[in-house]
Ligand binder design. Structure first.
Ligand code: ADP
Ligand code: ASP
Ligand code: MG
Length: 474
């Protein structure tokens, strides 16, 4: 059916110029005979600002909260006015946006009176970002000659009630997608939906977690059996490292689902970690593309990537982690001890990233969070506990690392000037990770990149872009 899901992130819809570029990209797909379903994020920085509004209101700062909301209220109709030239359309849209901000302000005033920000209210507040952007972008698309139709994602993406990180219910989503999206597609219309937002079965707004618009795109792609899922962002694709940290990072041309999932989970922000799941289930290729450089081929994520000469494909970093060290002689020669430890993490619903054990001690790493003192108190029933924040996990991803002799020696030689706190290799054939101080993380990535991406395999990495970077001008 030529169905393609196109997801555009915050920077791809940040202002009228970005939205016009996005419209041109979608129009290009329509002219090429494709049937796009478009998923958009809130305009860049809007989600952060809505969270700041919510936090200010919950601390009783009603004026501060309403001031942030008022700045957002101006930004949206200004964008709409620049994009929608038809006076009647433009006035109707401005009026609709104003009503949404009236509703938001009402919630903020209520919150400033109650002074309690529940996860459910937080989801309601942040949802305004995608609700407004998607409606506005659908109108802008129509002005650019695309036959676009706004669809409220909350009618399609149905989840459980775990607010702020809700779990999608695939069977309902598939049914809703057929009801709410298919008729538009068959009639030649382009549905435009907000990412990230969803609702539970009772119709109450939920969200899929920060960065969750990628996940929405993948869920829609899976439910509609799309031929591809395109993630449009502000970089040329998945790179060998975060280009903000490592400016000479190279584009990875093709990567496997497994490698991309590992990178996303271990901190490569370019992709939400759950994005790969629906794509794998239905074997739908995912493409990461740059809306500022649409002619670039981006990165193709497929089930089996071609063999690569270089040991690693990319380096990811996850910051804001804590290490918990447990020491107990009780552990010596006993069984069931680790089970008791993990029961405590389970009770606090806190996932553990890395574990390392010795005869009488265990070290674990978790996201730094406000549950840590309570977790430590519970763990102290079992062992002496110490925990320390400001740690980072560096994760090197590449195919079959386990099968290559001397790889660990090369990795640790490249960062010999940096103190390594924990190491993990072997759990996965494609990932080698270690824990360091957060302040050392950027330097570690640059050193590793310099050591492992000197002579990259041109079949897998875009080496042409590097040549252009280093070729002196006339
Ligand atoms: P969007 O708003 O489009 O969803 P994000 O900000 O969530 O975009 O993700 C894109 C950003 O991810 C890039 O600007 C880049 O700084 C960061 N990033 C981190 N690791 C990588 C990587 N390995 N490859 C590409 N980008 C990366
Ligand atoms: N707007 C949401 C966020 O900033 C979701 C997304 O953009 O993916 O987290
Ligand atoms: Mg993102």
């Amino acid at each position: 059916m030529n169905l393609v899901v196109m997801k555009f992130g915050g920077t791809s819809v940040e202002d009228p110029a970005a939205i016009a570029r996005t419209a041109a990209i979608v129009a290009g797909r329509v002219s090429a005979g494709k049937k796009p379903i478009v998923v958009v994020s809130a305009m860049a920085r809007v989600t952060d600002q809505l969270l700041r509004c919510a936090s200010a209101a919950s601390l009783g700062d009603r004026t501060g909260a309403l001031a942030i909301s008022s700045r957002l209220r101006c930004r949206h109709p200004d964008t709409a006015a620049a994009l929608v030239k038809d006076a009647k359309e433009s006035a109707a849209l401005a009026n609709w946006i104003d009503k949404k901000f009236d509703q938001l302000d009402e919630v903020l005033r209520g919150l400033a009176a109650i002074l309690e920000l529940t996860p459910r209210i937080s989801d309601l507040i942040v949802s305004f970002g995608e609700r407004i952007s998607s409606r506005m972008i659908a109108a802008a698309f129509c002005q650019h000659g695309i036959c676009a139709e706004h669809v409220d994602s909350r009618d399609v993406i149905v989840t459980d009630s775990s607010y702020q990180k809700a779990i999608p219910i695939d069977a309902i989503i598939e049914k809703r997608a057929a009801e709410k999206l298919l008729p538009h597609i068959t009639a030649g219309r382009v549905p435009v939906m907000g990412g990230f937002i969803a609702s539970n079965e009772a119709g109450i707004t939920t969200t899929l977690g920060r960065g969750g618009s990628d996940f929405t795109g993948a869920l829609i792609g899976g439910a509609m059996h799309a031929e591809s899922i395109e993630i449009w962002t502000d970089v040329d694709g998945i790179m060998t490292a975060d280009p903000r940290v490592c400016p000479d990072a190279l584009r990875v041309k093709t990567i496997s689902f497994e490698e991309a999932a590992e990178l996303a989970y271990f901190g490569a922000k370019v992709l939400h970690p759950a994005t790969i799941l629906p794509a794998v289930k239905k074997n739908i290729p995912v493409q990461v593309l740059n809306s500022r450089n649409p002619s670039n081929d981006g990165t193709r994520i497929i089930s089996l990537a071609p063999h690569c000469q270089s040991p690693f494909k990319s380096i990811a970093v996850k910051k804001k982690l804590s290490i918990i060290d447990l020491v107990a002689s009780r552990m010596l020669m006993t069984h069931g001890y680790l089970k008791e430890i993990f029961t405590i993490f389970d009770k606090h619903q806190t996932p553990v990233d890395m574990v390392s054990t010795s005869e009488v001690s265990v070290s674990l790493t978790v996201d730094s969070n406000d549950k840590l003192p309570q977790i430590a108190a519970d763990l102290s029933q079992l062992a002496d506990v110490k925990y320390e924040g400001k740690k980072a996990l560096v994760c090197m991803v590449g195919e079959d690392i386990r099968g290559q002799n001397g790889m660990a020696a090369q990795v640790f030689a490249a960062i010999r000037h940096i103190n390594v706190r924990m190491i993990s290799q072997g759990a996965s054939e494609i990932n080698m990770s270690f824990m360091i101080e957060e302040d050392d993380a950027d330097e570690a990535v640059r050193s590793l990149h310099a050591a492992f991406f000197q002579n990259p395999d041109p079949t897998v990495f875009d080496v042409e872009a590097r040549k252009q970077l280093v070729t002196p001008g006339p």
